[in-house]
Design a protein. Sequence first.
Length: 677
Amino acid sequence: MRAEERHANLVEIIRTHDEAYYVHARPTISDQEYDRLYHELLELETAYPHLITPDSPSQRVGGTPLKAFVPVRHLAPMRSLDNSYSETDVREFVQRLQRLLAGEQLEFLVEPKVDGVAVNLRYENGFLVSGATRGDGITGDDITENLKTIRSIPVRLRGTQEPLPKVLEVRGEVFLHKDGFKKLNEQRISQGEEPFANPRNAAAGSLKQLDPKLVSKRPLGAILYGIGFCEFNGNSNPFSRHDSSLQWLAAAGFRTPEKLWHCRTIDELLSAIRELDALRDSFSYETDGAVIKLNSAAQREKAGYTSKAPRWAMAYKYAAEQAETRLRAITIQVGRTGALTPVAELEPVFLAGSTISRATLHNEDELRRKDIRIGDTVTIEKAGEVIPAVVGVVLTKRNGTERVFEFPRHCPECNQPVIKTSGSANGAGGSVWRCVNPLCPAQVQGRIEHWCARGAMDIEGGGEVLVRQLIQAGLVKDVADLYSLTLEQVSGLERMGTRSAQNFLNGVEESKKRELWRILFGLGILHVGAGVAKTLANRFHSIDRIASASETELTETEDVGEVIAQSVCSWFQQPQNRTLIERLRQAGLAFQSSETPPAAAGKLLGKTFVLTGTLPQLSREEATALIEAAGGKVTGSVSKKTSYVVAGEEAGSKLEKAHSLGIPVLDEQALRKLLVD
Ligand code: IVH
């Protein structure tokens, strides 16, 4: 047999075995036999590198680690689902649809709600070309190389699916197998690393790795539950029913939901939800609910969307598991903003798959409201493997020996007096005791960790353990100190190799180029989250302008109320913070964001669009974002200069004007086509 032929043969054989094992959990050959085939393939590719094809199994694990993830726009928005927790919610959901689709027979599907990380896979002419996280629903991170390492994700669609869609976006959930999660955590603990809190975090953490080789070692799987976008022979939606699209996906080589229920009545839905609840423990991955979806595509289109979620689907969340245990003590944790959080130290109890010995008690008000006393028997709850919480006291078990907890008036970390502040920017969440000593060691640690976090300055390796070591070694006291660290200092820390030290320092160096909003968020100013940081950066463009803005000027910014404005002003008024900014400036941080956005590029460069009416799927913001991402501009009024008018339902005078000026009018489908072609 010629090398080409054998290569093609091996690719197909391995693909078939991968599908049998990873998609259907039914291995068809022994591990040794599989390894033999795989090695034969590698040998062949070493001898004849020109034979390597993008869909070869050898190409699943990419070569060089990435420096950062690149943003990628989804062709259709990735929305979320409305949650429900009771049978009443299910009834209301069905009744709402019955009203919306009066006189129509409704058929629903019930699927497991996989508790993982939402992903979007794009295939062009049958080949996986990109894979992304959900991100903000419009733009996610390009994690193609990481997703390719997951063997239940086909890198090429099965050829039986002729003709193949020109473009296809498949939506699903990446998860970490339950047993793999346990092993992974054991391994991490033995290597002195922090264990993951739950399989979902572990899956998310895995997909965030920049080195696909590391990702390939994580026991990840993927279940695909829907099609987000499809262009098939010029037809944008070839599936008239959800169940047929799932069948198509399964035939194309995807792992699809384990079990489906077809239901026509509320009672059928409720019993499907109960059946799934009884079954889901036996699944190899975590589930946190049931998803109910209308089956008919035509009915989905009629039902439409709210601003966040489809009206044709909902997630039914299973109640969190509860347990009773004794509250042995209450300790206080000090966070990066100085907030004192009471923590319940519990008699260890097994709950929802793990042993719990601590749970948050949120704040003093919550303690008082629930009248939680040391020695009480308390009910704790854990929903979907999230952090456990104390829901209440079992009063019948009180015996008079319980003690009321006296909230400390001094910080347990630095012994300075604490002050009472309102809990959050909107005043909700009860009041919080805070340590206001900027040198408090717990806050210093928290602030530096926050600065390094992925959502802020994204400094690889700057986690809890390294930050603690740096502080203990006296090398850093604040975030500016990170920028004068040397390789010798970092590699001299315990259990720190030269390579890891260099990687960390490279990360620190890279972070000097971060955008203004990340710096602003990273500084950890009270109430300034990533969203507020972005709006401030967009409005003021430089840290100096923000620093000198008055409270009134700040409140003129969208989403910035008085509490936030006060917090920003008082942060910049403090001399030690001004000094910090100056030191960061000296270190070379860019404190500016560009006034005018960088010159756009893309297919729609130079084209001007006007949107009118309601589009079937895209909101106005989403359509604008997609057009702008492709280099186009969106304006409010139609003129001779307008390139296209995008019209949806109830389009009014703008559409008429477009017709009178002879400007091409697009519907949503034509717009999407323009974006793809
Ligand atoms: S359908 C238009 N089906 O749950 C929204 N979602 O809480 C389509 N999820 O964002 C989503 N299993 O990440 C759907 N069988 C399933 C699912 C599922 C898990 C996730 C998904 C979604 C989130 C909403």
